[in-house]
Design a protein around this ligand. Structure first.
Ligand code: NAP
Ligand code: ZN
Length: 348
């Protein structure tokens, strides 16, 4: 017996998502069954559903910003009980034995982590399917506790957007006395502003237009500049300790690096389709680092959720009905979302 599930899937990269029925595995001893209440729409869902990175597997139920309630647990589950508020992010499994997994860096598992969707189950039983659905079965090591004071709808985007910004902000030590720039005020970027502000850093938003200026201030940014204004680069030259680039389109990384102080770092988290050329002089000028960062480990994701609980941080969301997911995708592509769409699974 397996558990029947319903959701929306991409059947083909050229077609809109459509209603889809499938089965989840019966819970094993270490599995948690979660009734999904809300699922955020990440730009990565669109990239993968449309096969923009290559290698996508169909049918695909996207969604890796999952928030819900535990409905059943396996006999060996220790951390969770029925009724708990829980989340699932971008990973549902990894080898848990390699050097990186042992350091709580499951996102860099040397054997490859298992994606929440568009992944292959480690026992070869088939494709993983994500959160645009009514329920999911996940081994307890990859389930996160959502603090009681956070609403599930606003907390859902923390599971990807939140951790993807928290991890580099924490690794590169954003905090008092540090000047941090967040490039792109979208789903990831707006979480970066809130989290960097709560960490005590001086936060600047670099957006492609002036349209989001008032929002950025309200979210906690100290300063706001448009990258379309040519004066911006001259004015901010050598200014930042840390720049996190969340933009999903190709951009001139050399120009962004010119805004760094000596020993500063530009961290790439946005994933454009195109390759971006980088010049040696951009880096040697001030012992500049160009780095990348991928989501965060499970322990760090729990640390981020607890941090957000203490600071009352959730995502700014616009709730959408499941049937409107394709229209929501179009609006994300046009940067017309403030600042994350979250699917209300009660509408499924
Ligand atoms: P999003 O909500 O669409 O935000 C991206 C932002 O980039 C937009 O709001 C816009 O901000 C800016 N932008 C978009 N198109 C642009 C263009 N043509 N020129 C200049 N700026 C543009 O997307 P998201 O969900 O935050 O995801 C952002 C990227 O991160 C995606 O590529 C996604 O796949 C990737 N991602 C990476 C990780 C990771 O672990 N590294 C995790 C999740 C997602 P402004 O209006 O402020 O300019
Ligand atoms: Zn994501």
């Amino acid at each position: 017996m397996s558990l029947p599930a319903r959701g929306y899937a991409a059947i083909d990269p050229k077609k809109p998502l459509e209603p889809y029925s499938f089965v989840r595995r019966d819970p094993r001893a270490n599995d948690v069954v979660i009734e999904i209440k809300f699922c955020g729409i990440c730009h990565s869902d669109i990239h993968q559903a449309r096969d923009e990175w290559g290698g996508s597997r169909f049918p695909m139920v996207p969604g890796h910003e999952i928030a819900g309630v535990v409905t059943k647990i396996g006999a060996g589950v220790k951390k969770f009980k029925v009724g708990d508020h829980v989340g699932v992010g971008c990973m549902v499994d990894s080898c848990l034995a390699c050097e990186n997994c042992k350091r709580h860096l499951e996102q860099y598992c040397l054997k490859g982590f298992t994606g929440t969707y568009n992944g292959q189950e480690r026992d070869g039983s088939g494709l993983t399917q994500g959160g645009y659905s009514n329920q999911i079965v996940v081994r307890e090591e990859f389930v996160l506790k959502i603090p009681a004071n956070l609403p599930l709808d606003g907390a859902a985007p923390l599971l990807c957007a939140g951790i993807t910004l928290y991890s580099p902000l924490s690794h590169w030590k954003a905090g008092p006395g540090k000047r941090v720039a967040i490039v792109g005020l979208g789903g990831l970027g707006h979480m970066g502003v809130k989290i960097a502000h709560a960490m005590g850093a001086e936060v600047t938003v670099l957006s492609h237009s002036m349209r989001k200026k008032d929002d950025a201030r309200r979210l906690g940014a100290d300063h706001f500049f448009a990258t379309s204004d040519e004066n911006t680069y001259a004015q901010l030259r050598g200014h930042f300790d840390l720049i996190i680039n969340t933009v999903s389109a190709a951009q001139d990384w050399n120009s962004l690096m010119s805004l760094l102080r000596t020993d500063g770092a530009l961290v790439v988290v946005g994933i454009p389709e195109e390759q971006v050329p980088v010049g040696a002089f951009s880096m040697i000028r001030g012992r500049i680092s160009l780095a990348g960062s991928l989501i965060g480990g499970i322990q760090e994701t729990q640390e981020m959720l607890d941090f957000c609980g203490r600071h009352g941080i959730v995502s700014e969301i616009e709730k959408v009905a499941m049937k409107d997911v394709n229209a929501a995708f179009e609006r994300v592509v046009k940067s017309d979302v403030r600042y994350r769409f979250v699917i209300d699974m009660a509408t499924l």
